[in-house]
Design a protein around this ligand. Structure first.
Ligand SMILES: [Zn+2]
Ligand SMILES: [Zn+2]
Length: 291
């Protein structure tokens, strides 16, 4: 029996066809994004040697895993179908599509901001989130470099509850989806862009690069995913030139998808990282001088 026939027998023909289609669309997306990001980086003096490293290939495996259907078909969708019949409220599903998509964006970014702070502040959550931060060579595919548990936290605490509550999917309004995808992809590119005055609203490549910086003054800053507005509002925004070095001190990257999957469960002893430092105070909190 051929491999494809064995897989069809094991998971069902529909699942495998969907997986093949997702893999094909992920391949096209990754090639297009590589061409676009590399062209932008080349035009602005970025370092293209990063694409010849094993770090890039390693993060590419994450991109294929999440975008190629494996995670969505076998983890995310089963979870969603388990919860949606019981808990759907569909609060804003009757509004026009652009309005529901914007409501979703603002709400999800607000929740993501606080979950991201928790991923840094809690030793348990940081154990998994540090996989994203362990990369020293940022490329556009680093956007997909998340431990499965870390990704599940984002989906269980933000994406799935919001979809059930609001009744909208983040991918329903195409223009917003494309804008979000581009912003997320460019965040890890070697670009000196700050987006001028829009940088106070939208996360720029320099803004997110600071989140990955090894410098202590940059730890626990710039938590926003697409919107930077919550960082500015709650006093965690850091500005400045694009840092030169990224990653974590004191935790060597295993440098393979599978060993990174098991690494958080194998770690013992010192868990020092950004979580060990106190988070900056929330602006307006008692004792905080608003000036
Ligand atoms: Zn982080
Ligand atoms: Zn990142």
């Amino acid at each position: 029996m051929e491999l494809s026939e064995s897989l069809r027998a094991l998971f069902g023909a529909q699942q495998i066809d969907a997986l093949v289609a997702a893999m094909q669309s992920a391949s096209r997306w990754l090639i297009a994004m590589l061409a676009l990001t590399a062209a932008l980086e080349y035009a602005t003096g970025g370092n293209l040697k990063r694409y010849r490293t094993s770090s890039f290939l390693n993060d590419l495996v994450y991109a294929v895993f999440y975008r190629g259907g494996l995670y969505i078909l076998f983890i995310y969708l089963p979870l969603l179908s388990l919860l949606s019949p019981r808990y759907s409220l569909n609060l804003v599903s009757n509004l026009p599509l652009p309005a529901t998509a914007l409501v979703y964006l603002v709400c999800s970014e607000f929740l993501m901001y606080w979950i991201h702070r928790l991923q840094h502040a809690s030793p348990l959550f940081w154990r998994f989130h540090k996989v994203h931060h362990s990369q020293t060579c940022l490329t556009f595919v680093t956007q997909s470099r998340f431990h499965v548990v870390d990704q599940l936290v984002n989906h269980l605490f933000v994406a799935i509850p919001l979809m059930l509550l609001l009744g909208v999917s983040p991918v329903q309004w195409f223009p917003l989806m494309v804008m979000g995808e581009l912003i997320l992809m460019l965040e890890h590119a070697d670009l000196q862009w700050r987006f001028g005055p829009f940088g106070r609203l939208i996360v720029s490549p320099v803004f997110h690069a600071i989140h990955h910086s090894v410098l202590p003054e940059h730890h626990n800053r710039n938590f926003g995913q697409i919107l930077s507005v919550w960082d500015h509002m709650f006093g965690t925004a850091a500005e400045g030139p694009r840092p030169r070095t990224f990653g974590l001190t004191g935790w060597a990257i295993p440098q393979s998808f599978l060993s990174e999957l098991t690494a958080p469960f194998r770690q013992t002893g010192d868990q020092s990282g950004p979580y060990a430092e106190p988070l900056p105070p929330v602006r307006g909190a008692p004792g905080d001088n608003p000036g």
